[in-house]
Design a protein around this ligand. Structure first.
Ligand code: NAP
Length: 193
């Protein structure tokens, strides 16, 4: 493990699905219904390397409340909701933070630093943007939804010379999938050192 001063560095990873124009949401909901894509999302964020480890999931308030309650509890996960105005941790969540800096502090210092494996950033755009700029951010899992959808929320622009598209990334199928007549492909972008 890489310890910087009293901080234990944790990988920060983003996961999202975006359509042709990088749209990710419409009126607080996902614009599509792709159960296999959603299952890949769940499998990815719940994967840990040892039974005592947990992933810290970071949700913007609107994304949190738009997630179907039936997915909870999520195995191997601690749920953290970001909000400047909420005052109580909502049902199914474990933590509430007012800013991204507090998320990093919580995950990288005792006691949580001993169990947190990965900080998964689940959106929306504000926290995606902030995490993309963080030096600990190393991977973006971004499903390419190969279709046009009417969206009003978009994945932030990122530098594809810094985050390079990977081929044959472990655990991520390369082929094009199709569900409900919509094609999609899982992609991983890795930050070049
Ligand atoms: N396709 C995908 O992969 C994907 C993934 C995620 C979300 N989405 C979609 O995106 C939409 C949700 O995005 P959104 O932009 O509307 O909302 P959001 O980012 O989920 O939530 C916004 C709220 O979260 C809080 N927040 C966000 N960043 C913060 C920060 N850095 N510090 C403190 N608080 C922060 C604030 O809450 P307060 O107002 O309470 O202060 C803010 O108003 C939905 O349509 C959802 O379905 C899609």
């Amino acid at each position: 493990m890489n310890i910087e001063g009293e901080e234990m560095r944790k990988p920060i990873r983003l996961i999202a699905a975006a359509c042709s124009d990088m749209g990710i949401g419409k009126n607080g909901q996902l614009p599509w219904c792709l159960p296999k894509e959603f299952q890949f999302f769940l499998d990815t964020i719940t994967a840990v390397s040892a039974p005592e480890k947990k992933n810290l999931l970071v949700w913007g308030r609107i994304s949190w409340f738009s997630c179907p309650e039936t997915v909870f509890p999520l195995a191997n996960c601690l749920n953290l909701v970001l909000s400047r105005k909420m005052s109580a941790v909502p049902p199914h969540a474990h933590y509430l933070c007012k800013d991204f800096g507090s998320v990093i502090h919580l995950a990288s210092k005792p006691p949580l630093c001993h169990i947190v494996e990965t900080i998964w950033v689940l959106g929306g755009p504000e926290v995606y943007k902030e995490s993309l700029e963080h030096p600990w951010c190393d991977l973006i899992y971004l499903t390419d939804i190969m279709a046009d959808f009417d969206c009003n929320v978009f994945f932030p622009k990122f530098d594809r010379n810094v985050f390079r598209k990977q081929k044959g990334f472990p655990g991520v199928p390369d082929e094009i999938h199709e569900e409900n007549g919509i094609q999609f492909q899982f992609q991983v972008f890795k930050k070049e050192a």
